[in-house]
Write a protein that binds this ligand. Structure first.
Ligand code: COA
Length: 270
């Protein structure tokens, strides 16, 4: 956890759910919330990731995370998660829709199953979890949703078109829900993180040092992002008031300089 400019007790008595919270950025988000006093729940398809993630959170903060195996593509599995939160907590203050999947695949060769796998996790999963948590959020204090998007959501996402279409959909959903749920007292925002070298991103998107350097070369700030500094942005959005329907872009200026996925993807798959 990086030094935080936020109060250590900022999220005292707040209940936070992070999907995809067992590894990578999601785990950093959950750890940062716990470090600022929150009770956290992490959900993932993989029980081993959850166990290791909960151990990481405990070691870093002393907090005991609630864990549940969940597939955000499965409505019943998501409903079971909401039931657990209702039983354990009675309500929810912050939902972070972070679960995602991505890999390079040109549209001409992509199977429908491959398209659907990503869209079903990223877009439909965000819909399912948000909807299932709505009544819990209505019982929350300063309740809000933070959806994780990507800076190719508003331009092109060549060679990761499934992810681009899904993230664009999540951005639209963010704005739609911000208005629909304003009268329910629930804010809905998005964070667009920079490229973070998590295991998942390295394996799927830039497996070689040369490819990683190609990404770095597209970032005016001159380096990749860290999961911990992205976590602070999520906390900032979650703690704020009045901000809703916004997308906070924390990508070191990358999108202003141009999207690297076209160049990188062309090298990988063409
Ligand atoms: N490259 C090409 N196609 C892929 C792929 C890859 N790396 N991963 C999955 N697919 C295709 C599969 O071939 C399959 O299509 P098919 O049935 O026509 O063969 C379809 O996508 C579904 O694959 P499957 O492995 O059954 O899906 P899954 O539900 O187990 O996993 C993901 C889908 C996206 C979660 C998986 O690719 C994954 O674990 N990705 C890594 C995690 C990740 O993306 N982290 C974030 C990176 S930024």
């Amino acid at each position: 956890m990086v030094d935080s400019p936020l109060r250590a007790n900022l999220f005292d008595e707040q209940r936070v759910l992070v999907t995809g919270g067992g590894t990578g950025m999601g785990l950093a988000f959950a750890t940062a919330f716990a470090a600022h006093g929150a009770q956290v729940a992490i959900a993932s398809r993989n029980a081993e990731h959850l166990e290791a993630g909960a151990a990481t959170i405990a070691a870093a903060t002393g907090a005991e995370a609630l864990t549940q195996v969940v597939d955000v593509r499965d409505t019943e599995s998501v409903a079971a998660l909401a039931t657990t939160l209702k039983t354990e907590w009675g309500g929810l203050d912050v939902l972070v829709n972070n679960a995602a999947g991505n890999f390079f695949a040109p549209v001409a060769e992509m199977s429908e199953n491959a398209w659907r796998a990503v869209v079903d996790i990223v877009l439909d999963g965000t819909f399912r979890v948000s909807q299932a948590c709505h009544s819990l959020l209505r019982k929350g204090s300063n309740p809000n949703v933070v959806n994780i998007v990507a800076n190719y959501a508003w331009g092109s996402a060549s060679y990761v078109a499934h992810s681009g279409a899904a993230k664009a959909g999540v951005l639209s959903l963010t704005r739609s829900l911000a208005l629909e749920w304003a009268s329910h007292g629930i804010r809905v925002n998005a964070l667009c993180p920079g490229v973070v070298p998590t295991e998942g991103a390295k394996v799927n998107l830039f497996p070689t040092p040369e490819m990683e350097q190609m990404i770095v070369d597209t970032i005016p700030w001159g380096r990749l992002a860290t999961a911990d500094e992205m976590a602070l942005q999520v906390l900032w959005l979650a703690a704020s008031d009045y901000v809703t329907g916004e997308c906070l872009v924390a990508d070191g200026g990358q999108w202003l300089a141009g999207n690297p996925f076209y160049t990188l993807g062309r090298q990988v798959v063409d």
